[in-house]
Design a protein around this ligand. Structure first.
Ligand code: BGC
Length: 387
């Protein structure tokens, strides 16, 4: 027997002796080929000294999403162009201090009530509640310190489809809303280059809830460029007309024959300045809520946006009944984004999946009331590819 053979035999005995641990080691080894580890770094300090973290999720294709637990904010999301190049396609800031200076909800989780509530007031079970009037006379996106400005508890979950679970407890009376609300949002970076967002909430008193994500997309990958040539399709045959303060009139209007008809594909810029349409005038472009033709609460394909120079395509799926399509009409260059690039007029668009604005004051709209014992649960998916 030569030394090599002896070595093989001894090794075999050793393997048999440690059979159990070997088996679990080899399982781990094959799993680790598939597991994408989430990286965590400090993102910066809040004024009270608390540290906010930044988590990076990757998938096997090379797509990467960065999320901070400050506001549950997406600070970068890369998507492939037609040559397979992954670039960030969102408006965002380089550092926490950028967000703390004040940004118009770049990438953030919005709540407890996304969108507007007229005059910051609503009545629930006979009691009137008052909210901060932080948008002219109206309440917008959860108030002065909405869910976009709080620190969430983050739990990273490594895997082939890595997840970041975010939890936040909104106290009874916070920002004027009744009920202690336990909120959980899970971001999942999926194998097919989609980002899934699952929202859940429970309450101990009746309250109103409308959660969304407020990412501004620019599929060119260049935040200097306008989004007017992006081609949009929306599976929505109605929209919610508003008054001059962007509060719903209470009616739903058919999109047919108006600049709001995206049931067939149109460039965003094609009719955006059609100010003889009073709704375009009020929104200073598009800043409205579209109601899906399919009103079911299953996950359904509701929107797609294609950008021809990069070849990037984004598809939106949601369980929600509606979507706020906002074309960055209030961006004026005063907020400085990544790489020192000012966020200029119409350089990003948002597709905020949600319930209709001002639902708490609109008896004809689907309810946004959440009662104790019920679970608020919605899912939205942003899927990226190129062609
Ligand atoms: C609103 C806009 C607002 C923007 C940033 C959007 O959801 O509809 O009117 O300017 O958020 O606050």
């Amino acid at each position: 027997m030569n030394l090599k053979t002896l070595g093989v035999i001894l090794c075999g005995v050793a393997i048999m002796q440690s059979c159990t641990s070997k088996n679990s080691d080899s399982t781990q080894a094959s799993d680790s080929l598939k597991v994408n580890k989430i990286e965590k770094v400090a993102f910066g300090k809040l004024p009270d000294g608390t540290v906010a973290d930044l988590y990076t999720l990757h998938n096997a294709n090379g797509m990467e999403v960065k999320i901070t637990n400050y506001g549950g904010t997406i600070t970068s999301l890369t998507a492939p162009n037609k040559n397979g190049k992954y670039e960030n396609v969102t408006l965002a800031c380089d550092s926490l201090s950028g967000y703390l200076k004040g940004v118009p909800y770049f990438g953030a989780l919005v709540g407890r009530y996304g969108n507007r509530i007229a005059k910051g007031k609503f009545t629930l079970d006979g009691k009137e509640y008052s909210l901060a009037q932080n948008n002219g006379v109206n309440a917008l996106h959860g108030g002065k310190k909405g869910f976009d400005k709080v620190l969430w508890t983050a739990t990273p979950i490594d895997g082939e489809e890595p997840q970041l679970k975010l939890n936040y407890t909104s106290a009874d009376g916070e920002e004027g809303y009744p009920g202690k609300l336990e909120v959980e949002v899970v971001y999942t970076l999926q194998k097919d280059n989609s980002l899934k967002i699952d929202y859940k909430a429970t309450t101990d008193k009746a309250t109103v809830v409308n959660l969304t994500n407020h990412t501004y997309f620019n599929l060119t990958g260049d935040a200097n460029k306008e989004i007017l040539d992006h081609e949009l399709t929306l599976q929505a045959d109605k929209f919610v007309p508003v008054n001059e303060t962007l509060i719903p009139t209470g009616e739903l209007k058919a999109v047919a024959g108006t600049p709001f008809d995206f049931t067939t594909t149109h460039k965003i810029g094609e009719r955006i300045n059609d100010t003889k349409d009073i709704q375009i005038k009020y929104g200073k472009g598009y800043d409205h809520c579209w109601v899906f033709t399919d009103s079911g609460n299953q996950l359904k394909n509701v929107a797609s946006v294609y950008e021809a120079t990069s070849g990037r395509l984004m598809e939106v799926l949601t369980t929600e009944p509606a979507i706020q399509f906002y074309t960055g009409n209030f961006l004026d260059g005063s907020v400085i984004g990544k790489g020192g690039i000012p966020a200029k007029f119409r350089t990003g668009f948002c597709l905020e999946t949600e319930h209709y604005p001002d639902s708490p004051n609109q008896p004809k709209f689907p309810t946004t009331v959440l009662k104790p014992g019920e679970t608020y649960q919605t899912t939205t998916v942003y899927k990226f590819s190129s062609k």
